[in-house]
Structure formats: structure tokens, C-alpha cells
Design a protein around this ligand. Structure first.
Ligand code: C5P
Length: 225
């Protein structure tokens, strides 16, 4: 039996990967499965929280007892997360948000031309949702958690990213073969703004989810009376 230590709390979790449309049939996407975000949402619900899960393109079934908002693009994900975050005690950004989107959307399918040429796709930056939420917290003491996949200098890059994003906790994964995308397992270090580092050994995404909530818990603001 899980202790209901998140009872009375509202938490927001984003999961999956955004898709940025080029035309009605094509998009720029990424390989995020959404499994880590779903594990976080389910764990928080089991611990008594009211959970809003903002889901992008996972194809996973809605977990029982969780409010699920389905989105496609980074701009839609931003909108849904900001709305849900208005009264949230904690926001966990587990989604892989596209850093760029096509500058233009073609309302008709982009066609091949007879001259053998290929189009150039111009990209523009997407908003950094995590940095925005951390910089402009909807409630004082709202706990903001980010994820980062790094391939080298994991801790140094993670520390720099934690500072740059301004979040309270950053879950840093080393990505490489066998690790992370689409798998059931994860290995991570959770970096905190107060300088602590919590290594999480290679194991199920459910275990990492519990560790994240264990670290969020003491950082939550006093519940309003
Ligand atoms: O900068 P990077 O993409 O490595 O940061 C990853 C973290 O930032 C994740 O928590 C992701 O959800 C979040 N992010 C975001 N908006 C973006 C890009 C990433 O919120 N445009």
C-alpha cells in the first residue's frame, strides 16, 4: 500500500514527444515513448495527488484516475501545461518538446517537382516551456522539474542546464545504446538546485518516478489551510 503523501496536491506531468507539422501528412518528430511521463503520472495518482497529464503523441491508454489532455505540437503543449499549472503544486516536464518547428505550414501536401530539386525547410525556435514556467511560477513555491538527455559530460552539462532553466530538480539521463528511448528502464541522476545529487540506478521507469516524487515532496510549499 502506497502512503497518500501527495493527497491534496495538484501535479502536472507532460509526456511524449511533440510533432511539428510541415503539411497535412508530414511532421518533424522525435522518439520519445512517453513511458517515463506515464510512470510519473500513475505514481503521483497512487500517492493521492490530483494529476493532470498533458500527453503528446504517445498512443498510450489514459491511466485511470488521471485527467489527460491530448496535444500534438509544442505550442499546444505549452498552452495546456500553462493552463493546468495555474493551480499546480508541482510541474514535471517529462515530454520531449521539439526545439524547432517549420516556419511555415503548407495547407496542401508539398509536391515533388520535375527538375529533381528538393525544398528547403526553414525552422523557427519553439518556446522553452520549462524555462518559462520556472521563471514565472503561477504559485509561490511551485516545484518545477525538468528532464535532460545528455550524451557526454552528463553531470557538468546537467548542472549548467539546471541553472539555465531555473528549475528545482533536473533528471539527467545518459542516452546511448540500450538506454532510455522506448525502453522500460532508465538510469539517471537527479540534480537539485540546492546542490544535492541523487543517483538512480538502472531500473524500471516506475522506480525513477517514485524517486522523483520523493524528492519533490520535501520541496512542496506548505498546504494552504
Ligand atoms: O534543453 P533541453 O531540450 O535539453 O531541455 C529538456 C527539458 O526542457 C525537458 O524537461 C523538456 O520537457 C523541456 N523543454 C521545454 N520546452 C522546449 C524544450 C524542452 O519545456 N522547447
Amino acid at each position: 500500500v502506497t502512503a497518500p503523501d501527495l493527497a491534496g496536491r495538484h501535479v502536472v506531468v507532460s509526456a511524449g514527444g511533440t510533432r511539428e507539422p510541415l503539411d497535412p501528412v508530414r511532421y518533424l518528430g522525435n522518439r520519445s515513448s512517453g513511458k517515463q511521463g506515464y510512470a510519473l503520472a500513475k505514481a503521483a495518482a497512487a500517492r493521492g495527488a490530483r494529476v493532470t497529464l498533458v500527453e503528446a503523441n504517445t498512443g498510450l491508454p489514459d491511466p485511470a484516475g488521471v485527467d489527460v489532455v491530448h496535444v500534438g505540437t509544442a505550442v499546444q503543449l505549452r498552452e495546456a501545461v500553462l493552463k493546468a499549472a495555474a493551480d499546480a503544486d508541482a510541474v514535471v516536464m517529462a515530454a520531449a518538446v521539439a526545439d524547432f518547428r517549420p516556419a511555415a505550414y503548407a495547407t496542401g501536401k508539398i509536391k515533388k517537382t520535375d527538375d529533381g530539386g528538393a525544398p528547403t525547410v526553414e525552422l523557427v525556435r519553439n518556446p522553452d516551456i520549462l524555462a518559462e514556467i520556472a521563471a514565472d511560477r503561477a504559485l509561490p513555491g511551485q516545484v518545477v522539474v525538468g528532464f535532460a538527455a545528455e550524451t557526454d559530460d552528463v553531470l557538468a552539462n546537467g548542472r549548467a542546464k539546471l541553472a539555465r532553466k531555473g528549475c528545482d530538480l533536473l533528471v539527467v539521463n545518459e542516452v546511448g545504446e540500450r538506454k532510455t528511448f522506448g525502453s522500460e528502464e532508465n538510469e539517471a541522476v537527479v540534480l537539485a538546485a540546492d546542490g544535492t545529487e541523487t543517483p538512480v540506478p538502472y531500473g524500471p521507469k516506475e522506480a525513477l518516478a517514485e524517486t522523483v516524487w520523493d524528492l519533490v515532496l520535501p520541496r512542496l510549499r506548505e498546504p494552504s489551510a
